[in-house]
Design a protein around this ligand. Structure first.
Ligand SMILES: Cc1ncc(COP(=O)(O)O)c(C=O)c1O
Length: 410
């Protein structure tokens, strides 16, 4: 039984890592493992026809898609009827907000945050057009954290929905989604959680957290450019379908798919599950566990590795006076994902990323579409923040290179 991640094995699964770059923009999108590439290649070379026909290749395409939907549902502990695969999380939230619209009347309240990516924000704020009162759960400026007490103060008997992030894509801070769901439910509201920045680092269990709606982007979990949206079955049945009029209201989840999805993209998503299973088989040889338990083990190994390798970076960014780290000053996996945003004294953020480019260190700067968060912290005029976001395939050597380069640049 493995007590630590075999980083050499992990890195050997990601062909692009052979190019020598230190990849630190993983919260933007991760590299993909060979299991995913194999699935994509297989679909494109054997099943690239319209599915749902009775002839051989078409039946095979349907089978591949069914398999992928089952795997993606299992990834978050939902059922295939409860998941919507759409072009992106942003797209999925628009579909959900549109479905929600007919349930709302003027004076109803929705709570959104100013820490979230705009994805779980803008579509909800637009409901003000029909008289919905949009309230903002604000992060505390001194910590850049969302506090549950502040949410409590915003909830009323008119609150219909609370939208918040499980993990910030800027600060990396983890929020307690189960506690947010409980507070919302106690007030008679539903909850929509953006898990995009959480899912690459922690196992998602929509049942255990008790959320009503949950969002992930597969291209940040070592998979294809598509979004995965969970809608709890009872809500999927009750919400107004967004597909063509002849798609029945009990045709789940098809009623929520607007214009379908990319077949090869969805079919290849099975490669994410294949990869996690390969990690499990390598680290726990001979252990025959249900997929959910495999995920628990594998995610635990990944999280502990991420904490260990990101610690020197967290220490540097927290201690060095020339740098200001936004948010929690720790690598503790209970507090954060390994996503660190910072600004450098006297420098624009683009100067920092450009200097790192020259060292083959891939980072970006900006708002990362958490525009309201970066704006409220006052960092827009300097080009936003520099973000170093790790995943489990980053090595201690990568981090050593990054800290060394930053020490010279700042
Ligand atoms: C936390 C978070 N939520 C939502 C999104 C939007 O995802 P998508 O590109 O799938 O719309 C992102 C993308 O960066 C994100 O980081």
């Amino acid at each position: 039984m493995a007590d630590r991640l075999d980083i050499d094995f992990v890195r050997a699964q990601f062909p692009q890592l052979a190019d020598g770059w230190g990849y630190f923009d993983n919260a933007g999108g991760t590299l993909v493992p060979k299991q995913f590439i194999a699935r994509m290649t297989d679909y494109l070379t054997t099943s690239r026809v319209q599915p749902n026909g009775t002839y051989g290749p078409s039946a095979k395409a349907t089978e591949r898609l069914t398999e992928a939907k089952r795997a993606m549902a299992a990834l978050i502990n939902a059922t295939p009827e409860e998941i919507v695969l759409g072009h992106s999380t942003t797209n999925n939230v628009f579909v959900l907000a549109n479905a929600f619209r007919s349930r709302l009347k003027p004076g109803d309240e929705i709570i959104v945050t100013n820490l979230d990516h705009e994805s779980n924000n803008g579509a909800w704020r637009r409901l003000a057009d029909i008289g919905v009162v949009v309230k903002e759960w604000r992060m505390r400026p001194e910590t850049a954290d969302l506090e549950l007490d502040d949410l409590k103060a915003l909830l009323t008997d008119k609150t219909k929905l609370v939208c918040a992030t499980h993990c910030s894509n800027v600060t990396g801070s983890e929020n307690d989604a189960a506690a947010i769901a409980k507070l919302a439910h106690d007030a008679g509201a539903l909850v929509c959680i953006d898990g995009v920045a959480h899912a690459p680092h922690r196992r998602v269990d929509v049942r255990a957290t008790g959320v009503d709606f949950y969002l992930c982007s597969l291209y940040k979990i070592f998979g294809p450019h598509h979004g995965l949206m969970y809608i709890k079955r009872e809500h999927m049945l009750a919400l107004k379908g967004q597909n063509h009029f002849f798609i029945a209201e009990d045709n789940l989840p098809l009623k929520m798919n607007v214009g379908g999805y990319d077949y090869e993209t969805v079919a290849s998503a099975t490669g994410i599950a294949d990869y996690f299973q390969a990690l499990h088989a390598h680290h726990f040889p001979g252990a025959n566990r249900p997929f959910g338990e495999q995920l628990d083990r594998v995610y635990d190994l990944m999280a502990r590795h991420e904490e260990a390798v990101s610690k020197p970076l967290a220490d540097f960014l927290s201690a060095d006076k020339r740098v200001k780290l936004v948010g929690r000053k720790s690598a503790d996996r209970k507090l954060r994902a390994p996503t660190f945003s910072f600004v450098v004294e006297g420098k624009n953020s683009d100067d920092v990323t450009k200097a790192l480019d020259a060292q083959k260190l891939g980072l970006r700067h900006g708002t990362f579409y958490a525009h309201r968060a970066v704006d409220s912290l006052g960092y827009l005029p300097r080009g936003g923040v520099v973000r170093a976001s790790l995943v489990h395939y980053n090595s201690a050597e990568d981090v050593k290179r990054l800290v060394g380069a930053l020490d010279r640049i700042v």
